[in-house]
Design a protein around this ligand. Structure first.
Ligand code: ATP
Length: 226
């Protein structure tokens, strides 16, 4: 069953006197245990598709369902609640808070959810992403690759059903990019999370289960990467 099912989603933006069609009846299905790449030229609609998946942008037409809940007509409150409960996000820039140490970057998500902080879970996740024993370090001392590992651990704090990532390797060299994508692969295989990653790096597609190509706001699925 699809964790995320976007069907026929259309999103337009006003552009002076005309309208830009960012998504044109786009589809995206992502199942549990699936690592799904979203690729396409600059301006093709990838980020808009991810914003629809993350319940940040509401399509003008089409449907969006997450873990079986149809959300096309959901209000802001329900979308925010669904996002907090079910979705983890890894951004292009890692969005870390410079004043906090590595562990606190994860614990802040507990605060945001109104939960008691879970330092043991945070440390376990840090160990899982290859940062065992580094919870007390200042975030600014970490390399770009290490910071993205923290961002992945942070996105997993809430045990999401859906993990979304927008160009998570764009600031990394080739070796670090591959090891980050391989970490996503391991996380998907171990936790069963459904994961969609926007990437422009086609050399990483061999790690993916499915590739959706976005062209002028339309999507086309390649069943497997190779
Ligand atoms: N807020 C906005 N206002 C107006 N037009 C927008 C807005 N956001 C996106 N667009 C337009 O919608 C289209 C799709 O943009 P989108 O950012 O989704 O593409 P993308 O594939 O993610 O591009 P890139 O790879 O360069 O990040 C583009 O033509 C873009 O200019």
């Amino acid at each position: 069953m699809s964790v995320l099912k976007i069907e026929h989603a259309t999103v337009t933006y006003p552009d002076g006197n005309s309208t830009v069609i960012a998504l044109d009846h786009a589809d995206l299905h992502v199942s549990a245990n699936e690592l799904h790449a979203i690729v396409g030229e600059s301006g093709s609609g990838k980020s808009t598709l991810l914003a629809v998946a993350g319940l940040l942008t509401v399509p003008e037409s089409g449907s969006v369902s997450l873990v079986g809940h149809e959300l096309a007509d959901a209000d802001d409150t329900l979308r925010t609640a669904m996002r907090r409960e079910h979705i983890g996000v890894v951004f292009q820039q890692d969005n870390m808070l410079p004043a906090l140490n590595v562990r606190d970057q994860l614990l802040i998500t507990d605060h945001i959810r109104g939960q008691k902080p879970r330092p043991t879970r945070a440390d376990d996740l840090l160990a899982r992403v290859g940062l065992a024993g580094q919870g007390d370090r200042r975030i600014g001392r970490l390399s770009g690759g290490q910071r993205q590992r923290v961002a992945i651990a942070r996105a997993l704090m809430g045990e999401p059903d859906l993990l979304l990532a927008d160009e998570p390797t764009s600031a990394l060299d080739a070796a670090n990019s591959r090891s980050i994508i391989e970490l996503f692969r391991e996380v998907v295989d171990e936790t069963g999370v459904a994961c969609a990653i926007v990437t422009h790096d086609r050399s990483l597609l061999d790690v993916m289960d499915t590739v959706s190509e976005v062209t002028d706001g339309r999507t086309r699925v390649r069943a497997t990467a190779n």
